[in-house]
Write a protein that binds this ligand. Structure first.
Ligand code: GDP
Ligand code: MG
Length: 437
């Protein structure tokens, strides 16, 4: 199982591959930048990276991955944890259960009211009643009615009443009479936080005592979203957050900021204008999105699965003594192949995915390399120095390649070996992924 696997993976490698002050600092710089790019509030970003630093320092790094990659995983998991770890369900107990919407004008309250009604009707067998409490704009009542008709859900409104508290109370009475077991109260927002709006929604809350008060916020408003969330929460003590308009190019940093600042769970995300464009909030997925770092987390996980510590140690020694040979080379290739489809693997590396989208890499890429190495005698494989002109000629023939290809491979091998020795000997060692035999 997973926890066993991780435990095995994190076994201490004495003095090697520890996360040091230096590589932490580097990675955290990237992380902070990614967070700020994703519109995370800078104080939140700083606080977050401090936490991660404290957690990561001195942690043992699996040698098959770079410390920086492991850092990303730590960061990812920490992000997901900070955003709540698991999804939090909406509270719909009670008859009727009452859900109150709050948020600024244009944040998506009316749209979300419709979406939620449809979702809970379909998935949970609820009988919802939508309530139009926006008494300032006749168009707002009309908007909810149109939505209700579209999804087949009744809408309660009182066009002549200017008192939203009374409308909400009457609606609940009506729901009880009609056997509707869920009341969703849509309210009026303003363009900015204002006293009258706050007083009104607080009054509705006090009058109807809702199961849920959801704060609906446009994720594209970025930094502002945090301040708005704080003001609404101070007044309403809401029970959950709905992030709308995540279908745009916003990276959703608001999710992290809001969660950190008000400490209330994000329950849903809106991903479009249509009635079915609604998702339950998943912290891990949002962490992926905020980091925008490709699928590096799965890359690390996969590398951890394939990793063999003893082998890595052995190989490290060989490299240091300049004994890395063609046997090691070919098992490296096999190792890479074992890790899965090459293109899949490469596409998980941030920035690479897009670049190779249209390029044809397949697992045959290593075919001629393998053929050449297999055409060497065991002696030649472990003593590459033996490979003189006539031997190379023989190998080319045996492998069905050309002398040029053989020369190229041997040259590449020499370069790799030199580089590895440099890396293994120098300070860089800690930053490089050590490969397995
Ligand atoms: P309200 O003033 O808070 O009730 O906001 P509305 O529900 O009227 O939504 C304001 C605008 O945002 C409308 O044009 C909606 O279609 C749009 N909208 C709401 N939610 C989403 C969403 O998740 N994605 C996108 N792209 N548009 C949305
Ligand atoms: Mg509205």
């Amino acid at each position: 199982n997973l926890s066993d696997r991780l435990e095995r993976s994190f076994k201490i490698l004495k003095g090697e591959g520890k996360i040091t002050e230096i590589n932490v600092a580097e990675t955290l710089k990237d992380v902070r930048k990614a967070l700020l790019d994703a519109d995370v509030n800078y104080k939140v970003a700083k606080q977050f990276t401090d936490t991660v630093k404290a957690k990561a320092l001195g942690m043992d790094v699996l040698t098959a991955v770079k410390p920086s990659q492991l850092m990303v995983k730590i960061v990812h998991d920490e992000l997901a944890l900070l955003m709540g770890g698991d999804s939090v369900d909406v509270n719909i107990t009670g008859s009727p259960a009452v859900i109150l919407m709050s948020g600024l004008q244009g944040s998506g309250k009316t749209t979300f009211s419709g979406k939620l009604a449809q979702l809970l009707k379909g998935k949970r067998g609820k009988k919802p009643l939508l309530v139009a409490c926006d008494v300032y704009r006749p168009a707002a009542i009309e908007q909810l009615k149109v939505l209700g008709e579209q999804i087949g859900i009744p809408v309660y409104s009182e066009p002549d009443c200017k008192n939203p508290v009374q409308i909400a109370q009457n609606a609940i009475k009506q729901a009880r009479q009609d056997g509707q077991d869920l009341v969703i109260v849509d309210t009026a927002g303003r363009l900015a936080v204002d006293e009258e709006m706050m007083r009104e929604i607080k009054a509705i809350k006090d009058a109807i005592n809702p199961n849920e008060i959801l704060f609906v916020v446009d994720s594209m408003t970025g930094q502002d979203a945090v301040n708005t969330a704080k003001e609404f929460n101070d007044r309403l003590d809401f029970t959950g957050v709905v992030l709308t308009k995540l279908d745009g190019d916003t990276r959703g940093g608001a999710a992290l900021s809001i969660r950190t600042v008000v400490n209330k769970p994000i329950k849903f995300v809106g991903t479009g204008e249509k009635m079915d464009a609604l998702d339950v909030f998943h912290p891990a997925r949002m962490a992926d999105r905020i980091l925008g770092m490709g699928d590096i987390v799965s890359l690390v996980e996969r590398a951890q699965e394939q990793y063999d510590e003893e082998e890595a140690k052995r190989l490290q020694k060989k490299i240091a003594k300049n004994q890395f040979d063609f046997n090691d080379f070919i098992s490296q290739i096999q190792q890479i192949k074992k890790m899965g489809n090459l293109k899949d693997l490469a596409s998980m590396i941030p920035g690479v995915g897009k670049a190779i989208k249209d390029i044809d890499i397949d697992d045959n890429a290593f075919k001629s390399v393998e053929a050449i190495i297999y055409s060497m005698t065991p002696k030649e494989r472990s003593n590459p120095e033996l490979l003189n002109g006539s031997r190379r000629q023989r190998i080319a023939k045996g492998s069905g390649t050309s002398i040029q290809e053989v020369n190229r491979l041997i040259k590449q091998f020499d370069q790799t070996r030199k580089m590895m020795k440099m890396v293994a000997g120098g300070k860089m060692g800690k930053m490089m992924p050590r490969m397995k035999r």
